[in-house]
Design a binder for this molecule. Sequence first.
Ligand SMILES: NC(=O)c1ccc[n+]([C@@H]2O[C@H](COP(=O)([O-])OP(=O)(O)OC[C@H]3O[C@@H](n4cnc5c(N)ncnc54)[C@H](O)[C@@H]3O)[C@@H](O)[C@H]2O)c1
Ligand SMILES: O=C(O)C(=O)C[C@@H](O)[C@H](O)[C@H](O)COP(=O)(O)O
Ligand SMILES: [Zn+2]
Length: 379
Amino acid sequence: MNKQAPPLAADRTQLSVGLGDRSYDIVIGPGLLAESGARIAALRPGARIGIVTDSNVADRHLGVVEASLREAGLTPTPILVEPGEKSKCFAVFEQVVDALLAARIERRDLLLALGGGVVGDLAGFAAAALRRGVDFVQAPTSLLAQVDSSVGGKTGINSRHGKNLVGAFHQPILVLADTGALDTLPLREFRSGYAEVAKYGLIDNAPFFGWLERRWEAVFRGGAERIEAIATSCASKAAVVSRDEKETGDRALLNLGHTFGHALEAGAGFSQRLLHGEAVAVGMAQAFRFSAAQGLCATADAERVETHLRTVGLPTRIADIPGALPDTDGLMDLIAQDKKVSRGALTFILARGIGQSYIARDVDPAQLRAFLEEERRGR
Ligand SMILES: NC(=O)c1ccc[n+]([C@@H]2O[C@H](COP(=O)([O-])OP(=O)(O)OC[C@H]3O[C@@H](n4cnc5c(N)ncnc54)[C@H](O)[C@@H]3O)[C@@H](O)[C@H]2O)c1
Ligand SMILES: O=C(O)C(=O)C[C@@H](O)[C@H](O)[C@H](O)COP(=O)(O)O
Ligand SMILES: [Zn+2]
C-alpha cells in the first residue's frame, strides 16, 4: 500500500484553499484519475470509498479510478445516478445515502465525487449528512466542476421551490482535477462550464476577461491555455472562499448571473433545455444589461460581455432558451426564493464595468419587473 502522495509533476498545478485545519489542496493536470488511489490512500489509508458518479462518467472514467483505488489498498463501492440536473433531488439523495449505508461506509471512510457539478453537489451533501458527516474528495470531470463546483464546499439539491435550496457547507479534503478527463466532455457541456470561467473575469479580473477574449479558442482546443484558465479560475475561487467561507460577505460575488440564471433554470424545469452554465451566461448578460439600464455601467461594457459570450456559442437572451418559460410574475416568484434575499429585500450582483462587480442590496422590485418585462419581449 502506497501511503505517500506522488510528487508533483511539472505539468501539475497545486493550489490550496486556506481554511485553517480544514484547508485542502486543489491539484490540476492530466492523468490525476490514475493517481487518485495513491493520493487518497495518503490521506486515509485502507479506507472504504463510496464513489458517487453518473452513468456517462462511469462509462468513460470509473474503470481507471477503481483500479487505482484498489492498487492503493482502498476498497471502492461505485454508486451510479442518472446524468443531469434532475438527479439533484430528494429521491436520488435518499437512494445515494441508502446505498452508502448498505455498503457500510463508516465515519472514517470516504466519499469520492467523480463527475460534474451535479454529482459533486449531490455527493457532497450526502457526505455532509451521512452519519452526521463523512469526509469527501472531489474528482471533477466537467469544466464547470473543475473551475467552480468542486471548490468551496457548497453542496446540495434542488427543491420544487427552486435551485440549491436544501444543502450544507461541507468542504472536501482534496480536489483532483484531471484535465485529461475533459477530452471526453461534449462541446455543449464545455461551453456551459466556460460561462463560469468568464464569470471570474467579469467579477474582478478585467485582464483575465481580455485574455479570454483573445485566447478562448485555445482554451477550447485544450493544452496549456486550458490549464491556465482552470488554474486562474480555481485561484480566484479559493481566495474568495478562504476569506468568506459561508457567504456572509463578498463570496456572494461568485453569484454573478445566478439570481437571474437560477430562476431561468427552475423555470425550464431543471431540464436539458438550459444547462446551469448556459443559464449563468444569460444571467450575466442580463446583470450587465440591468446595470447599464440603471446607469451603473457603460452600455458598451454590457455589449462587450454579450458579444464574447455569443462568440463562444453561449446564449445571452431569454429568446435563446427553447420552449416555454414562466411569465414575469413567475420569474419574480422564483427570484424571491434566492438565498441572498434578506428580510424580503432582493440582492443582485451588478457591475460598474467589466471586472467591477459588486453586491447590490435592496434592488427595487418595480425596476426589476420592468426590466424583466423588456427582456421577455426580447429587447
Ligand atoms: N457547488 C458549487 O459551488 C457549484 C458551482 C457551480 C455549479 N454548481 C452546480 O453544478 C451543476 C452543473 O455542473 P455540470 O455542468 O458539471 O453538470 P453535470 O454534472 O450534469 O455534468 C454535465 C454533463 O457532462 C457529463 N460529463 C461530466 N464529465 C464528463 C466527462 N469527462 N466526459 C463525458 N461526459 C461527462 C455528465 O454526465 C453530464 O451529462 C449544477 O447543478 C450547478 O448548480 C455548483
Ligand atoms: O461557490 C459559490 O459561492 C457560487 O456562488 C458558485 C456558483 O457558480 C454556484 O452555481 C453555486 O452553487 C451557487 O450558489 P447558490 O448559493 O446561489 O446556490
Ligand atoms: Zn454557478
